[in-house]
Design a protein around this ligand. Sequence first.
Ligand SMILES: C[S@@+](CC[C@H](N)C(=O)[O-])C[C@H]1O[C@@H](n2cnc3c(N)ncnc32)[C@H](O)[C@@H]1O
Length: 330
Amino acid sequence: MTTTFLSSGDLIVDRRAHYAQMLAEAGEFSSAADLMEQALSDAPGWAGGWMMTGNFHLKADVLSSAIAAWQRAAEHDPSGVLGAQMHLAAHGIGEIEPQAQAAYVEALFDQYAGHFEEALLQKLDYVVPGRLAELLGDAMGELGIEGFARGVDLGCGTGLMGERLRHVVSHLIGVDISAAMVTETRGKAIYDGVEHAELLDFLGAEGCVADIVTAADVFMYCPALPPIFSLVGKVLRPGGIFAFSVERHDGQDSQWLQASLRFAHNGDAIRAALSDAGLEVLRVSAETIRRDRGQPVAGLLFIARRPEGVDGLEVSDIDIGTEVPFALMN
Ligand SMILES: C[S@@+](CC[C@H](N)C(=O)[O-])C[C@H]1O[C@@H](n2cnc3c(N)ncnc32)[C@H](O)[C@@H]1O
């Protein structure tokens, strides 16, 4: 008997799960959850089945039962690939281990790779690459920058940001944690290379340098931004540009894991972390970045820069102060 995420390894249990799925599709979430609970008594180690059960309970508005089911799923999925730990953390239970977070994100985007662009552009009104490119163009005009020798597009996905950068970057590398995204994007002639890597590993590698680093719609999958900014501050050559988006969070905490399992980040905390990393903010724009279940998602787009070095001084030694030269908060 082999248990996988999709199958319990027991034909009868799988049939009952299939029937539960049909009940859920008909809006009968409570009955679907009950049927799953009964079925799982014959397959208690099936993590995928516990995830289905948790999601049905959530939709039936029985949070305590959803939490109990996600806890069973987490017990039987130590890799975290199914996202049970993420659901629990979003409800204030436990911490997310970085490896579980990475496994979840990689599996999520492996699944999406084939229909990603269609979903984002046609159904979700996704605007980040275009808007970041516009803000970048404005900042380049103001600074008199005509182009960049080396660029890195973090979380490149299928290359929507890369397409917008290509004409101003001589050597452009895409980086993505999802193997399926990387395969999809290597087949296109957008990047000079597409690396399969976690972005911190890529930025932290010996010899990584860039004149521009971008991350369009990526940091909502990253809990803590300061370690990323600190590496970007080291990787960028003096005068280099960092352009990125976040989902916006106006609460006290620097980040918030939402029920969508994406992180939203606080603008003030971002400014502070950029400053700590030796990066100055050139532009900030608050806008709707896409839709989620019909609702607009509030985002912030940032263009930051590693200041030109002063001879004999490391940029990290220069106090760039709290003044924001060109900040435009819409
Ligand atoms: C919403 S997509 C955006 C893709 C692309 N930047 C765009 O604008 O169309 C997020 C991408 O970031 C990648 N990603 C998320 N977390 C990552 C990480 N820690 N390291 C590298 N890639 C990551 C995902 O695999 C996915 O392809």
